[in-house]
Design a protein around this ligand. Structure first.
Ligand code: MN
Length: 330
């Protein structure tokens, strides 16, 4: 069953899944609390906290299930899932029907739950309000982690196209050397350096950045929220978004570039085994690299829930799809 679901899960059937979940809630509203009481674990800084920004219920369920299964003590892991308001009911039904596995904690939120995300505070919201359709608020929420989670000191950002294969508790012991962002670097030789992402013919870019600085990846990022607040990285991000309103400094649709600017000189390279990339486009990743990876990342267009997924990697994702969910009987 699970392989059939994943093989057939086109974006259209994922949308159907969200609709079915919503239907279940309309049919039986009292079974699904609108706003369940927050658990004390949600803001306990002694626990391991993850942020996932997504509108894909199935993908998020795989991230959570895989991380829970890999954890030595799942009850110490807390997942903060933030979605668009229209998808929140679907997430609520899913996690009501299938409570978080193995005692992990899951907090479900919509970005409308954060009042500071308004046009006065945020140039991103202003650009969306102005009709800039290239900007998706969900994608930019990662720049607001310290404001979203004021009581937390550290958060790991996981994208929804990853699978966790090892206990991530050790990420909380990684020494970031006073930097804000822990990430795996992606440069090799002359490739994937800042010159690829920024327009160095602009004096302001040339002034501030080294063109041969090494780029890093989103997917698995350890963020020290206290240092982030101290260094004002969100404010810096806002400045760059405003400077680039005409799109001359960098491709304004690239969230990575916004990150490369905002955390420039503030990123600590993580060991590459924390985050192995390319499963959404590269058919020849070494099996050994995949086996020893703490997290594998299906970055690229061939997502594991799509028909075009690379066959040799598909099972690494589908084995975490919860086949007991009745809505999946398509
Ligand atoms: Mn990704």
């Amino acid at each position: 069953m699970s392989s059939r679901i994943a093989a057939d899960s086109t974006p259209k059937s994922l949308h159907c899944l969200a609709m079915r979940l919503l239907e279940a809630r309309l049919a039986n509203p009292s079974a699904f609390a609108d706003d369940p009481d927050p658990s004390p674990e949600f803001d306990d800084p002694a626990l391991y906290h993850y942020a996932i920004f997504s509108d894909n219920v199935l993908a998020v369920s795989v991230v959570v299930a895989s991380a829970a299964r890999a954890a030595a003590d799942p009850s110490r892991h807390v997942f903060h899932v933030v979605t668009a308001p229209m998808y929140l009911p679907a997430f609520r039904v899913w996690f009501a029907r299938r409570p978080p596995p193995l005692g992990v904690h899951v907090q479900l939120l919509a970005y409308s739950d954060f009042p500071f995300l308004n046009a006065t505070n945020s140039p991103v919201v202003r650009q969306i309000d102005a009709g800039n359709r290239d900007v998706e608020l969900l994608d930019y929420l990662r720049f607001y982690l310290p404001d979203m989670f004021p009581s937390l000191r550290r958060v790991v950002l996981l994208e929804d196209d990853v699978v966790v294969q090892k206990d991530l508790a050790a990420l909380w012991q990684v020494d970031l050397d006073g930097k804000v962002n822990g990430a795996v670097e992606t440069c090799f030789g002359g490739f994937r350096r800042y010159r690829k992402y920024l327009n160095f013919t602009q004096p302001i870019v040339l002034d501030r950045f080294n063109p041969s600085a090494c780029a890093w990846a989103y997917g698995v990022n350890v963020f020290d929220l206290e240092t982030w607040r101290r260094d004002g990285c969100t404010e810096l991000f806002h400045q760059y978004m405003e400077m680039n309103e005409d799109g001359e400094l960098w491709d304004p649709t690239s969230i990575l570039t916004a990150g490369l600017m905002s955390f420039y000189g503030n990123t600590k390279p993580l060991d590459k085994s924390w985050h192995v990339m390319g499963l959404g486009y590269n058919p020849s990743i070494s099996p050994e690299a995949i086996r020893s990876a703490a997290v594998i990342h299906f970055d690229g267009n061939m997502k594991p829930w799509l028909d075009v997924a690379l066959n040799q990697y598909k099972a690494l994702w589908t084995k975490y799809v919860d086949t007991e969910v009745e809505f999946l009987t398509l």
